[in-house]
Design a protein around this ligand. Sequence first.
Ligand SMILES: [Zn+2]
Length: 500
Amino acid sequence: MSAAPPAAAHAERRPRDTAEARTAAYLDSIRADPRLLRDFFLRLPKGGDLHNHLFGAVRTEYLIKLAGEDGLCIDTATLTAVVPPCGPGTRPAADARADRGFREAIVRAWSMQDFPPDQSGHDHFFATFDKFALVASLNQGKVLAEVADSVAVQHQFYLETMVNPASDGAERLGDEVGWDPDLAALHARLLAGGRLDRLVADARKETDAVDAEFRTAARCRTERPRPGCRLTARRIYQAFRGESPERVFTELALGMRLAERDSRFVAVNLVQPEDWDSSLRNYTLQMRMVRYLRTVYPRAYVTLHAGELRPGLVKPEDLRFHIAQAVDIAGAERIGHGVDLVHEDDWQRTAATMAARQIAVEVPFTSNAQILGVRGAEHPFDTYRAYGVPVVLATDDPGVSRIDISHEYQYAAETYGLSYPELKDLARASLQYAFLPGRSLWQGNPTRDGYRPAEVCAGQLPGAGRAPGAECRRLLATSPKATVQWRQEAAFASFENYFG
Ligand SMILES: [Zn+2]
């Protein structure tokens, strides 16, 4: 294998050392071989998954198995999981074990399996969630164990997954308090009589139960722990943007209060289709809600699905401002999808603002292709990078999409001609822009200036042949973020040892 640096046309930085250069040359030598590429991308350290909906992340076959074990039924018309007993118009989910046709029909209904690739999957994709929601919600700890395994075996080190404990209670409370355009007054009504705090307590209790089930399922304290036990994970509270304003506000307040009081939660997000009538009607109002709540809960992070749109999906006037408002009004620290960027007014300014504030965009390629039909050169991936906006690859709903993060990295490399050093920086970005607390292992703005170790760890990274000194060890001991970043750098060293 040649030690010459790669000649990738889009390489923005040259390999730094010989192991990295040899790995880059190896990647260039196998670009025509799908089997070797898959192996390379499976083993590649891939940072963290920052955009992952827990229920949409789990494999469909596992959900079907759980439905059978729980004695649930399947509505034969809609293929929705429902509670027993299995009356007329339903069948026991357990039938799927022996009846292959039945099983495959459920798989197609609950995921994008066999969905024609040339058709818009928008409606089918979003309809899957209601069909399997009962199974996933009854088994959240087991589902988390399964998803954590799937992330860890992909050589990722960190997960931020989206969940919504106590959201039924939040909807009820929202309905009770009603709407008030004075957001401070509305928030005061939620707090009155300790009502919001009761929801926070409910959400924490529900999360305790999930974690207990997770520990049992993942066998974390046994001699045979499952791979998911070694994963660092945090939760993002997802509020449902299609709901009434009072419900959305209550869910956001609950999520942000939770993020300040329970270290398992770090942020809030707004989910559900951005192109629904109610989502469109209330978009700017929801951005103002987030802006107000940030003043009350300054320590809660915010990432927002914004610009998960394309021309034709919404009226032209609705295509012009979503990312901009998520950045300018809501003050989001990250943006999910951001697909409609170049269709927005003054988008160059939005991109420049994102670059200056290091607001990362979370990019799930397969989800964007399946839901929006946007892929390849139509996707703003290269545009974001050209403007210096941090980009992180993510899976969104890998169970529904039937992909894994390795597939997304490989797609990025093949579609945009990424070199090995660029892929490495993508993986580093997904930890750098994580909402995990602590100082970074890297200094300054690494998207602009490259990934240079923090002063105290300079020349001491794994693979450098020099053990970390006392100050570097102190950084690692006090920073959960740096610790995970260090694990990834150690993994890069052995990865390059293997392929380089
Ligand atoms: Zn999403």
